[in-house]
Design a binder for this molecule. Structure first.
Ligand SMILES: [Zn+2]
Length: 328
């Protein structure tokens, strides 16, 4: 039986047929042997669909990884059964993706006269789907900051994350109001990605007396004040779901010494060996109320506590944490 459900095959089959048409159109300019080999590969894939063996590894008959088939519908082997050469190529792709992604992370400890920041970024695999940005405005007076989480995993998610990064970097150069940045980012993301792709995101800017914040369906940012902690609920839907999304802004007062904490669900939904989730309350506890500690101390404290909580277990999801603290 085909390894993929009928509706997925229904989407993949036209992709394979389209490859065939493109190959035929270009065939006159290419060597006949090369064209014939590719044609045979395409027809074999179509044959596997019709014969009911499509999507299964030719070596072990286990299903081939779905994201790999999506990128290459002609794939015949699972990751465990690639040839040496193919495996090396796959590893080089991952290595390159990791370097591209590392190059997109914000600088360490970005600060202005009134604000200091610190972030920790820990993908679960070689590459991650979390987005993190901290950027000083062109006049040097305010900071833009964001933490996001792209739906999905692996290389596909990391590509979407780089896309989100590019969208925001180009919008930030325009010095637009935050609501405008968010609705434009949503529209661009919506129009340039498949309908199944979206990202949750919390983004904001520092102001005179605190921050303005937009929470597009992301896990609730935490304002740590002397009087206690406050969770900031969503103010809009995730980016990429509806092209005409509306994004409202919350103004949040932060006095000197008070902080705002953004994070991804890899922290709050991380599990210990018994299946218990880390959850929001433990996060507040690990932050210790933020009293007397700098942004770096707070962020490092949480990451240590998350690792302790997980015990020896593997990290299941990407982890990002960003602490923004008003100096004073
Ligand atoms: Zn296999």
């Amino acid at each position: 039986m085909n390894a993929l459900p009928a509706h997925v095959l229904y989407e993949l089959r036209p992709k394979i047929v389209e490859r065939r048409a493109r190959l035929e159109a270009a065939a006159r300019r290419m060597s006949a042997d090369y064209v014939n080999d590719l044609l045979a590969e395409i027809d074999a894939a179509l044959g596997r669909i019709d014969g009911g063996t499509y999507g299964r590894c030719e070596s072990c008959h286990d299903p081939i990884e779905g994201d790999r088939l999506d990128r290459n519908p002609l794939e015949r082997f699972c990751l465990d059964h690639l040839s040496e050469k193919e495996l090396r190529a796959h590893e080089q792709d991952l290595e390159l993706a990791m370097q591209i992604q590392a190059g997109l992370l914000p600088a360490r400890d970005v600060a202005t006269r009134d604000w200091e920041t610190h972030y920790r970024y820990q993908p679960a695999g070689v590459v991650g789907g979390d987005y993190c940005e901290i950027a000083v405005s062109s006049d040097g007076n305010s900071l833009f900051f964001a933490v996001g989480d792209v739906a999905g995993k692996g290389v596909a998610a990391s590509l979407l994350m780089t896309h989100l990064n590019a969208v925001f970097r180009s919008l930030l150069s325009l010095d637009l109001p935050l609501t405008e940045v968010m609705s434009r980012a949503n529209r661009l993301f919506c129009e340039s990605t498949p309908a199944t792709h979206y990202a949750t995101l919390a983004a904001g800017r520092t102001t005179e007396g605190g921050v303005e914040l937009c929470n597009a369906g992301h896990c609730r940012p935490l304002a740590l004040r002397r009087g206690g902690a406050e969770w900031i609920d969503a103010t809009g839907l995730p980016l990429g779901l509806f092209c005409n999304g509306l994004y409202s802004i919350r103004q949040i007062r932060l006095e000197p010494g008070e902080s705002l904490v953004l994070y991804s669900d890899g922290i709050t939904e991380g599990h210990d060996g018994n299946g218990n989730a880390y959850e929001e309350e433990r996060l507040i506890h690990a932050l210790g109320g933020g009293a007397g500690e700098g942004a770096a101390g707070m962020a490092d404290g949480v990451l240590e506590d998350v690792t302790r909580f997980r015990g020896g277990g593997a990290q299941q999801d990407d982890i990002t944490l960003l602490v923004l603290r008003r100096r004073g």
